[in-house]
Design a protein around this ligand. Structure first.
Ligand code: CP
Length: 317
């Protein structure tokens, strides 16, 4: 594997899940693979889970790890060609990327949507510049439009907890005070559409996601209806995708908050969220603290999803 940004990069999903469970059973079995190999994890944005799980996955594989927070201690980077660099940006990304690559074997990149220009966000400008100019395997640690390591961890978690061959999985929008990217729901849909699940997306009108990720998923605008007989509820906020209001918040309707009354409509569903989560906006305290909440197990599986990706990249260096 040279690049990891979408579900397609994993190839056969059953094989990827099998590998994930093998890795989870004995996470130090491949320690020799990463000997004298270095991972560079480049963060343009904040992180708790991705930062820690990526480092842990690399260490399980015997790798050295360098973490760079671009906005804390590095030179400010210019990303546009042709710009007269007479402002506060001291270094161009076109020099910075090959320099960074010269110190490592594999690169992970976190770079969120800017919400200034939809086309630019959806072109994954920064991530794709790393893929193009690094000359190293590159994986997304959440880009402007996708978060594949999260979605792979979500899939592993669903496979672990499901009690039927084809569970009903509901991705539901929930309110949030700030405008959030569509990266998590996009990748979750990308993965669920390839998995053996009955997949439903529920959101208020106006919050339709990119059809490229929604594909054949059922859309249900009535959240309570969507919850009926669900086996997994995956809550997430996202901002508007449509051109006219791209990146905007058009609703903070707290009737969409996931609470115990709505969970009672489900088939005793598990509750999932990628975290961090705003309690009593996205989900009530009692639901996230209930025995059916698997958000911690889901976050723990971030180590496993990343380890599978790194292992495959190391095997193909
Ligand atoms: N879910 C997730 O990616 O968490 P962080 O933003 O803390 O890395």
């Amino acid at each position: 594997m040279r690049v990891f940004t979408t579900v397609k990069d994993l190839g056969n999903l059953d094989a990827a899940l099998k590998e994930a469970f093998e890795v989870k059973k004995n996470r130090f079995a491949y320690k020799a693979l990463g000997e004298n190999k270095t991972l560079l994890a480049v963060f343009f944005n904040s992180s708790l889970r991705t930062r820690l799980s990526t480092q842990k996955a690399a260490m399980n594989l015997g790798m050295n790890v360098i973490v760079l927070d671009v906005n804390q201690g590095a030179w400010r980077l210019e990303t546009e060609r042709g710009v007269v660099m007479d402002g506060d940006k001291s270094e161009h990304i076109l020099e910075a990327i090959p320099v960074m690559a010269s110190y490592c074997d594999i690169i992970g990149v976190r770079s969120f949507a800017q919400f200034e220009n939809k086309q630019e966000d959806y072109s994954e400008k920064i991530l794709n510049q790393f893929i193009r100019y690094a000359g190293r395997p590159v994986f997304s640690m959440e880009g402007a439009t996708t978060h594949p390591l999260q979605a792979f961890a979500d899939l592993i978690t669903i496979a672990e907890f499901k009690t039927k061959e084809r569970p009903k999985v509901v991705l539901t929008w929930a309110p949030h005070p700030r405008a959030l990217p569509q990266a998590v729901p996009n990748s979750f849909a990308d993965f669920m559409n390839e998995a053996n699940v009955d997949f439903v997306i529920s959101h208020p009108e106006g919050y339709e996601l990119d059809p490229k990720f929604v594909r054949g998923a059922k859309i249900e605008y009535d959240q309570k209806k969507a919850f009926i007989a669900a086996d997994f509820i995956y809550a997430k906020n996202w901002s508007v995708f449509e051109d006219a209001d791209y990146g905007q918040i058009i609703s903070k309707d707290r009737s969409w908050t996931v609470d115990s009354a709505k969970m009672a409509l489900t088939n005793d569903a598990f509750f999932m969220h990628c975290l961090p989560v705003r309690r009593n906006m996205i989900v009530t305290d009692d639901v996230i603290e209930s025995p059916k909440s698997i958000v911690i197990q889901e976050a723990a599986n971030r180590e496993i999803s990343c380890q599978v990706v790194l292992k495959r990249m190391l095997e193909n260096l």
